[in-house]
Design a binder for this molecule. Structure first.
Ligand SMILES: CC(C)(COP(=O)(O)OP(=O)(O)OC[C@H]1O[C@@H](n2cnc3c(N)ncnc32)[C@H](O)[C@@H]1OP(=O)(O)O)[C@@H](O)C(=O)NCCC(=O)NCCS
Length: 164
């Protein structure tokens, strides 16, 4: 059975490990902890294991999904959708009117989930996210010094919105 609830302090480090696993430039633990323990972010547990979470913020009547992640082994089983629905329930209780999020343009899995839950594309932020690619200068040598590295290309973010 999936239980989705507000974060307790003891949940944070396990959720942080799930977060860190496939992030290119993860937030620091302190930043993550502050967001997880803000009183509205939610964590999912199955048989006492932490299997996913959503980090939420609220300003006036506007909710933002800062991040949602499901642990590798539990993906594709409806858990992401379940966590999002719990977020919407909370947003409705708090009389929020809209939910915003940002997502990498390449993250088709997440975009498909968001669209299927009623989010629409409302904007695009250029060069918003770091990428892993490292482009080296002309000689392309593996011995090139770090100073010959050209900035890695960055990826655009889609801004998506759902009216509650
Ligand atoms: C995005 C993420 C949270 C989805 O969680 P999930 O539990 O796997 O998703 P669900 O099983 O609830 O699937 C919900 C919908 O997402 C989409 N989806 C899920 N897995 C997919 C895949 N591998 N390919 C394409 N679409 C997929 C589908 O629309 C699916 O609905 P459907 O089953 O009716 O077709 C999860 O893949 C994840 O943690 N990814 C890494 C972190 C991340 O990218 N977070 C988003 C940051 S903006």
């Amino acid at each position: 059975m999936v239980i989705v609830s507000k974060f307790a302090k003891a949940d944070v480090s396990i959720a942080y490990n799930i977060f860190k696993k496939d992030r290119i430039s993860p937030w620091s633990f302190t930043t993550f902890e502050k967001s997880a323990l803000n009183g509205i972010s939610l964590v999912a547990k199955q048989e006492c294991d932490i299997t996913g979470y959503v980090l939420l913020t609220s300003v006036l009547d506007e909710f933002t999904i800062e991040d949602i992640t499901v642990s590798d082994d539990y993906r594709g089983q409806g858990l992401g959708r379940r966590i999002m629905e719990a977020g919407f329930e909370l947003a409705n209780k708090m009389q929020q009117k809209t939910v915003y999020l940002e997502v990498r343009c390449s993250n088709q899995t997440a975009i498909k989930l968001y669209r299927s839950m009623g989010f629409e594309l409302v904007g695009e932020r250029k060069n918003y996210y770091e990428t892993t690619s490292n482009v080296f200068s002309a000689d392309n040598s593996s011995l090139a010094s770090p100073y010959s590295k050209i900035s890695a290309p960055r990826e655009n973010a889609y801004v998506m919105k759902k009216v509650l």
